[in-house]
Design a protein around this ligand. Structure first.
Ligand SMILES: [Zn+2]
Length: 345
């Protein structure tokens, strides 16, 4: 299985993260990639450095003003008097949450205003090397899609930072550029109908938003009931798409505490939808924060439960790009990856 990882992805090293009113140690630590790379090595898989695709992949999904902010904000931030170590917002604009009503570029030229405008929460600090890591992760997604377009049945992109909470013009939830959306858009160059299946414990709100009005990309997300879990504002079962995209989004919320049985049943439901959609290719947004030992998780999926997820997805027999999303217990995410990929090998 061809897999992609770039060393620059280690450079994003967030220093702070707000959780229930406390500045906490970030959970998206660079060492997450060591756990995943070790698992790949045990499977006999050597990760390749992705080709340099420039800004084309990230620009295929994201708004230009937003990308300029991601690329330039740290240097501008550093010039503020008494600036903290990272770009972080201290204000939030009003946003009604309705997809289809896209934000326009931030009117203010102030980096403080833009931080509030483009960073949706306090989990997306921007440090000195964040942009390099963000772009490197998009290159992994683009290269994995390119491999599948060239005939590979499955390819894995070890993306960090993750992407599925990133909207076209907003970062949130440890995510800045939507790697899965980039892969799906690339697959569309050959496949008329592409499905994205997101099994991360959190709703893939960014991916949903990006494709919400489109009938050519089916988005399916399995996640903890957003009534009690991040991202809270979206992920409900009645969100089915918008306009031409009506009927092409499916949310399958799980009750907190759900384990292997509930997860596998949800993947089976997702498979029915993907089959009915007549998908020609698939992007699997693969997160391991549904594992029962995850420090910010609420689900009870076991390590071997991921083998069941992988085998169900493989049975779809679709050309598949697997994109890494969350999972923060570094002692178990390697084993979760091994179990998932083993189903494809
Ligand atoms: Zn997650």
């Amino acid at each position: 299985m061809r897999t992609f990882f770039h060393q620059d992805q280690r450079l994003h090293d967030p220093q702070q993260f707000m959780r229930v009113g406390r500045i906490s140690a970030p959970t998206d630590v660079p060492s997450r990639v060591d756990s995943l790379l070790a698992a790949l090595a045990e499977l006999g898989i050597a990760a390749e450095a992705p080709a340099d695709h420039g800004k084309a992949p990230v620009a295929s999904i994201h708004d230009g003003a937003y990308l300029t902010f991601l690329e330039t904000s740290f240097e501008r931030w550093r010039q503020l008097p008494n600036a903290g170590p990272e770009v972080l917002p201290n204000l939030s604009p009003y946003w009604n949450g309705r997809p289809g009503e896209k934000c326009k570029a931030c009117r203010s030229t102030s980096v403080v205003a833009q931080a509030g405008y483009y960073l949706g929460d306090l989990a997306v600090p921007i440090g000195a090397a964040s942009w390099r890591a963000i772009v490197a992760a998009t290159h992994c997604a683009a290269s994995a899609a390119e491999a599948v377009l060239a005939g590979e049945q499955v390819a894995y992109a070890l993306c960090r930072p993750s992407g599925h909470h990133a909207r076209a013009d907003r970062a949130s939830g440890f995510c800045y550029a939507n790697n899965a959306a980039i892969a799906a858009e690339a697959l569309r160059s050959r496949f008329a109908r592409v499905a994205v299946l997101d099994v991360d414990a959190h709703h893939g709100d960014g991916t949903q938003e990006i494709f919400y009005g489109r009938p050519d990309v089916l988005t399916v997300s399995i996640h903890v009931d957003p009534d009690v879990y991040y991202p809270f504002y979206t992920g409900y079962a009645d969100e089915r798409g918008f306009g031409a995209g009506e009927g092409f989004n499916l949310n399958l919320p799980l009750a907190p505490g759900s384990g292997d049985g509930e997860m596998h049943a949800a993947v089976d439901k997702a498979r029915e939808a993907i089959f009915a959609f007549k998908a020609q290719a698939l992007v699997l947004s693969l997160g391991f924060d549904s594992h029962r030992e995850d420090p910010i998780g609420l689900l009870g999926v076991s390590t071997s439960g991921f083998r069941g997820v992988g085998s169900r997805v493989r049975e779809l027999s679709l050309p598949t790009v697997i994109v890494q999303e969350g999972g923060y217990q570094t002692q178990v995410i390697g084993a979760c990856l091994s179990e998932t990929l083993a189903a494809f090998l």
